[in-house]
Design a protein around this ligand. Structure first.
Ligand code: SF4
Length: 225
């Protein structure tokens, strides 16, 4: 199957079955989402969602966050990964939003990346989720699923290479949704250690499945019926 056809199958399936995918991070506005996405690095969305209600309440605006020290932020995020670094990032992020961006979350990927703790992936998430821009955030799930499905070449070694290849094939207006489709598929079906091919609806165009399936039948978890 040609790569272009794989993309067509992917978009057809998800457009029909999952037309309005959303992030699983809890947030109410752009400012809250950027805090949540910074906290979600190397951490699950579920765990982030446990700490953000109190964080949002204590620091409801960029001005509140800008006035806080990392030590004051730390107790609210101490149960997630890398709390010391993330407390520093959030304090710096609040200050920069107030001092350089008029307390607004910028919309361009370039400006977003100037904020402490915000790399290309986080910037793409904000641009895509908040501003509905055609920005593809490549996290570990998107990276893995894109390769397994055969959407990108096996020699795409970095998130940026995967991002560029996905962007070359996915129509701009579909990119924000495709980001969620690939993340959620990777989180729940095409999991890292043992992809759940037996219950996956994408087998008819998945390159990994078509290459490995005969051998995978040796695994009892993958036997149908
Ligand atoms: S068929 Fe298997 S490898 Fe392919 S996308 Fe589905 S779960 Fe992942």
């Amino acid at each position: 199957m040609r790569k272009k056809e794989r993309y067509q199958h992917l978009i057809e399936y998800f457009t029909h079955n999952f037309p309005e995918p959303e992030t699983e991070l809890a947030y109410g506005n752009a400012y809250e989402l950027i805090l949540a996405v910074v906290l979600s690095a190397q951490c699950t969305d579920k765990r982030v969602n446990l700490v953000t209600p109190a964080l949002y309440e204590q620091f409801p605006t960029p001005q509140h966050l800008a006035a806080a020290t990392p030590e004051e932020i730390y107790p609210f995020i101490k149960s997630i990964s890398y709390p010391n670094n993330k407390a520093k990032h959030l304090a710096g992020l609040g200050k920069m939003l107030v001092e350089q961006f008029n307390a607004e979350v910028p919309s361009s990927v370039e400006e977003l990346q100037k904020l402490p703790g915000v790399g290309r992936k986080t910037a793409n998430v904000i641009a895509s989720v908040v501003y509905n821009q055609p920005a593809m955030a490549v996290d570990t799930h998107v990276f893995r699923v894109s390769k397994r499905l055969g959407l990108v070449t096996q020699n795409a070694h970095t998130p940026l290479e995967v991002e560029k290849q996905l962007m070359a094939y996915i129509p701009k207006e579909v990119v924000p949704k495709a980001h969620h489709w690939l993340i959620l598929h990777g989180r729940y079906i095409c999991v890292a250690r043992k992809p759940k091919c037996a219950v996956c609806p994408l087998t008819h165009f998945c390159k990994f499945y078509q290459t490995h399936w005969p051998n995978m039948l040796d695994d009892p978890e993958n036997r149908l019926g």
